[in-house]
Ligand binder design. Structure first.
Ligand SMILES: [Zn+2]
Length: 111
């Protein structure tokens, strides 16, 4: 992922990710494994981490809360609202043809 921007409403997360040593910079040990995964996957790829206000992140916040409350192996809720996809939605096709492995999607909306 080159030229990728990660947006988060967590000041703790963004401050740690923008530090030279994100894992040591995190005061909360619980997010250190996640910081390690993020930094390893994006090392030398020109990724930027930017803090945004919680009010600009309400949809993501709602989805994160939904993910925490969704039982494992639940089916994904899919909707397509793009009129040009009335006969075939490429997002739906991509969802069916990709192997998600240990990741499970809870909600996908094509707009
Ligand atoms: Zn669609």
């Amino acid at each position: 992922m080159a030229n990728t921007v990660f947006l988060s409403d967590s000041q703790l997360l963004i401050t740690a990710l923008n530090n030279e040593d994100p894992i040591q910079a995190s005061p909360d040990y619980r997010i250190r494994p996640h910081l390690s995964q993020i930094t390893t996957a994006n090392k030398n790829k020109g990724v930027h981490y930017i803090k945004i206000p919680r009010t600009h992140n309400s949809q993501a916040h709602r989805l994160a809360r939904q993910a925490l409350n969704t039982p494992p192996n639940s089916s994904c809720l899919y909707s397509c609202f793009y009129l040009g996809h009335s006969s075939q939605c490429p997002v739906h096709h991509a969802l069916q043809s990709f192997q998600w492995g240990p990741i499970s999607l809870i909600s996908v909306i094509c707009v």
